[in-house]
Ligand binder design. Structure first.
Ligand SMILES: Cc1ncc(COP(=O)(O)O)c(C=O)c1O
Length: 479
């Protein structure tokens, strides 16, 4: 009998399991895309789900991996489903999912060049392509890292290194550092500030306008106030776009302000940065090319499995300013600016071969795939809004600028907390029903239903069905 080790690494067993798995995934994809019976979200309670897996472990030791993968498919949210309209993640294009498998088997560490020559070079290529699409010049450079949250923190650490008057990395904080960002920014900016040790006072929230965009005319006043209070403001973060409503800050105006005051300009383009690949929509990002640093997730809007995020610096040298640490076992000198030893510039030491996922799509289909996809989902945002406008008792929170739409159902005369609760109940009922997956958000104390239209196979019919399902729930509640 083969040892367990030989069984686990047997190439023929891998071939067999692999065929079975790809067959399973292809059938899943077909069924889900065509909405054949499988709902968008099969939700059990956390306790039920945990009990299921405890039971599975008790009863299925030695069971086939195909059965395991099959159970995972049956019990997971289906981002590939046209009626999945939930959180911001794109359905992974199958070729990019295969790239994840290659990454998984190779398991290159990627921290140093020797541990991932192909992955490191592909990463550089992808970074250069993104930088060029964003409109940066030849001097731009950057890295890929594990998600927008980490990329924003990494960018802000570089900002601190370049702009803080004292060398914080060596001596700790001397000044009371702070940055300015829209009140509508993703919570990870707040988290980054606190991780850096600037405390609650380190994040200066600039109010947003009625379209949830930063009120850039208030930046000057906000800066004056902070300086009077003894703060050293070093950066402004623009959102492109904000998470809740998908609103794009005026990046040109923020760039002007930062230039005038010598501040670092960072753009959180985790969601909307992808529009740099769209001729038609890149105007929403005007000014991003003047940013000192910009972030863009591939897994949100570019059909790539999570996680894969580009962090671009207009001046590529700044990408070496984030970290500076000795690691004799990895590289010879900490001060050498070697593009090819990625861990010098990323938070991660071991990391995924994330460039390969994006590159597999670029190489197979060209950037035209992303262009078509972006056009499709941006149009869906407009269709969705048009149908809401037409429908009785539905209202938009704001005209959508992209594929994120916030709206609510409003029975005659209902307002305030009752209206909030009503929309929360609608969402809960939809979740329990499982046919559609949408989320909710709170905007200035009001609860809205929220969709991100990331699936290019979502049709006008799906949207009409969703609105019909909401109406049916609402009417049942009112009876
Ligand atoms: C504007 C923005 N920034 C950052 C993030 C966090 O990105 P990630 O989930 O890749 O860490 C999000 C996620 O929704 C986002 O919308």
């Amino acid at each position: 009998m083969q040892s367990l080790i030989h069984q686990a690494y047997d190439p023929e067993a891998f071939r067999q399991f692999g065929y079975e798995l790809v067959g399973l995934l292809a059938e899943h994809l077909k069924a889900v895309q065509q909405k054949q019976g499988e709902p968008a979200i099969p939700l059990a309670s956390p306790e039920e789900e945990f009990a299921f897996w405890q039971e599975d472990y008790r009863n299925n030791q030695g069971g086939s991996p195909t059965e395991l993968f099959s159970a995972v498919l049956a019990r997971s949210v289906r981002v590939q489903h046209p009626q999945y309209m939930g959180h911001q993640i794109s359905p992974a294009a199958p070729v990019a999912a295969l790239a994840s498998l290659v990454d998984g088997l190779l398991n290159n560490g990627m921290g140093v060049y020797e541990m991932g020559a192909a992955g490191t070079s592909i990463e550089r290529l992808v970074v250069k392509i993104v930088a060029q699409k964003m409109g940066f010049g030849e001097a731009a450079d950057g890295v890929l890292t594990s998600g927008g949250t980490l990329a924003n923190l990494t960018a802000l650490l570089a900002a601190r290194s370049v702009k803080a008057p004292s060398p914080v990395w060596q001596e700790g904080h001397r000044e009371d550092l702070a940055l300015m960002v829209s009140e509508e920014a993703h919570y990870c900016v707040d988290r980054a500030v606190r991780i850096m040790g600037w405390g609650e006072g380190g994040i200066l929230k600039v109010p947003a306008d009625d379209k949830y965009r930063m009120r850039v005319e208030l930046l000057e006043e906000c800066l004056n106030k902070a300086q009077k209070a003894g703060k050293t403001v070093i950066a402004v973060v623009g959102s492109a776009c904000s998470t809740s409503t998908g609103s794009f800050d005026d990046l040109e105006a923020i760039a002007d302000f930062c230039e005038k005051h010598g501040l670092w300009f960072h753009v959180d383009g985790a969601h909307g940065g992808a529009l740099s690949f769209s001729e038609q929509h890149r105007g929403l990002l005007a000014g991003i090319e003047r940013a000192d640093s910009a972030v863009m997730d591939f897994h949100k809007m570019l059909l790539t499995p999570a996680v894969a995020t580009a962090l671009i610096f207009r001046n590529g040298q700044h990408s070496f300013r984030t970290f500076s640490q000795k690691a004799q076992y990895l590289w010879e000198r900490e001060t050498d600016e070697e593009w090819h030893n990625l861990a010098k510039r990323t938070f991660e030491c071991t990391k995924l071969m994330m460039g390969l996922k994006a590159y597999s799509l670029l190489r197979t289909y060209g950037p035209g795939l992303w262009e078509q996809y972006l056009e499709q989902v941006m149009n869906l945002g407009q269709h969705f809004a048009a149908l809401i406008r037409e429908a009785e008792r539905f209202e938009l929170a704001v005209e959508p600028q992209c594929n994120i739409v916030c709206f609510r159902y409003r029975p005659d005369g209902m307002q305030g907390e009752a209206l909030n609760k009503f929309n929360e109940s609608i969402r809960q009922a939809l979740l329990e029903e499982g046919r559609f997956y949408i989320v909710k958000t709170s905007l200035r104390g009001n609860t809205y239903l929220r969709v991100t239209l990331s699936n290019p196979f979502t049709t006008e019919m799906d949207i009409r069905e969703l609105l019909g399902a909401i109406e049916a729930i609402a009417e049942a509640y009112r009876e």
